[in-house]
Design a protein around this ligand. Structure first.
Ligand code: SF4
Ligand code: SF4
Length: 388
């Protein structure tokens, strides 16, 4: 008997004893007919909005060609836990009640959208994954919250998913219809004082808005409509909102009325402000998915890096094809281990290129890659750190 046969025999034996053991355990009786009918409750069937219907049927364009698969870094790093974009297109093609059983698959997509340019049939996988998460949240919010207990607890206690905001000793000066919105993640886990300093240093004359969450991180896990911050922003009647987190930048650009201009702080830093003090040190720039691919900000970070006197090297996949840091779509909550394996791939590439400093401009990308890079002695910083 060879190894393969031995393995097959042991799996068979394992399954035999498992089924025997289960058959003697007392089980809760379920009314299968009622359960089945429950799947087809009218509020489940009608929970897509009319404008979403074409988006749902986008999965029909998938010809299962597999061209998108190599573009999906999370799939590659998942050790078989996530079967990738082609599989998500198949999940979206099931009947609605079955979406619930696919929640884990939908949540493993980082919503990076990197597979989309690779698809000849224009299947929008990240939009499908997000839509299915929203559908599940609409029909059974408790199911989504059960997978994100910390975010739920923080929402109840602090009005945001990340927890208590840090105290600030100074606030920026200004009141000209401009609002500085660091966002809840930066206020709780980042460096809020840095943003205040930068706003003042570059004369942005913006009022600080804290104690508010744009809801972007909630929406990424499907919890739409949870945005304890949009009204607070609108109540200030701003003409311009300055953001520092790519997730807020994307979300507010979509959610605020077009009369409110949403800016990213980096674009307000004049290139001439950079002191060429870095002696041609080689760095790599990681494009955050929400800043580069989704908001199209590709040139400004690179210009600033060059103005700072660094020698910029590109990752082999960069700009609008940049790979994800592993944190998008709430994967850092849902499966932190898988998220850190994705970041480790990014860091390994920098290490292989002989670079010891990675620059980016997203707090979440920085945190994940810094954790992954600590063993490899790779430092990860934000470009804005060099202007404080
Ligand atoms: S959007 Fe990103 S994570 Fe999701 S399937 Fe596509 S490449 Fe993979
Ligand atoms: S590339 Fe597009 S058509 Fe091909 S498997 Fe992926 S989603 Fe389907």
């Amino acid at each position: 008997m060879d190894g393969k046969q031995l393995k097959a025999l042991s799996v068979l034996g394992y399954n035999f004893w498992l089924h025997l053991f289960r058959s003697v355990l007392p089980r809760k009786k379920e009314n299968q007919a009622e359960k089945f009918k429950g799947y087809f409750r009218s509020d489940w069937i009608t929970s897509f909005r009319p404008e979403e219907i074409p988006q749902v049927y986008n999965f029909e364009n998938c010809t299962v060609c597999g061209l998108c698969q190599p573009a999906c870094l999370p799939m590659i790093a998942s050790q078989g836990r996530f079967l990738g974009p082609e599989h998500l297109a198949a999940c979206a093609g099931r009947s609605q009640p079955e979406y619930v059983s696919d929640l884990d698959d939908f949540l493993r997509c980082t919503l990076c959208g990197r597979c989309e340019p690779a698809c000849p049939d224009e299947v929008k996988i990240s939009e499908l994954a997000l839509l299915m998460r929203k559908w599940i949240f609409r029909v059974d919010p408790a199911m989504t919250w059960s997978l994100f207990p910390e975010a739920r607890k923080n929402l109840d206690q602090f009005g945001n998913p990340f927890g208590k905001e840090q105290e600030l000793s100074a606030r920026p000066s200004g009141k000209n219809g401009r609002v500085l919105f660091p966002g809840c993640r930066e206020m709780a886990l980042g460096e809020p004082g840095k943003w205040v300093k930068l706003a003042d240093k570059f004369g942005m004359e913006a009022e600080l808005l804290s104690g508010a969450c744009c809801g972007g991180f909630f929406e990424e896990i499907g919890a739409e409509g949870v945005n304890p911050g949009l009204e607070k922003i609108l109540a200030r009647n701003p003409q311009e909102v300055i953001t520092v987190c790519p997730h807020c930048y994307y979300r507010l650009s979509k959610k605020l009325p077009p009369t409110v201009k949403v800016r990213f702080l980096l674009e307000l830093i004049p290139e001439k402000a950079a002191a060429k003090a870095n002696g041609g040190k080689r760095v790599m720039f990681h494009d955050p998915c929400f800043l580069g691919r989704k908001m199209g900000m590709l040139a400004q970070p690179r210009n600033l890096i060059q103005q700072l006197g660094f020698e910029l090297m590109e990752f082999k996949e960069s700009k609008d094809l940049s790979e994800c840091c592993g944190g998008g779509g709430g994967l850092f909550w849902h499966d932190p281990e898988m998220a850190s394996r994705v970041s480790a791939l990014r860091v390994a590439e920098a290490q292989k290129a002989g670079v010891s400093l990675i620059l980016t401009e997203c707090g979440l990308c920085r945190e994940l890659m810094q954790k992954a890079g600590s063993g490899a002695k790779i430092e990860v910083k934000r470009i804005s750190d060099f202007f404080v």
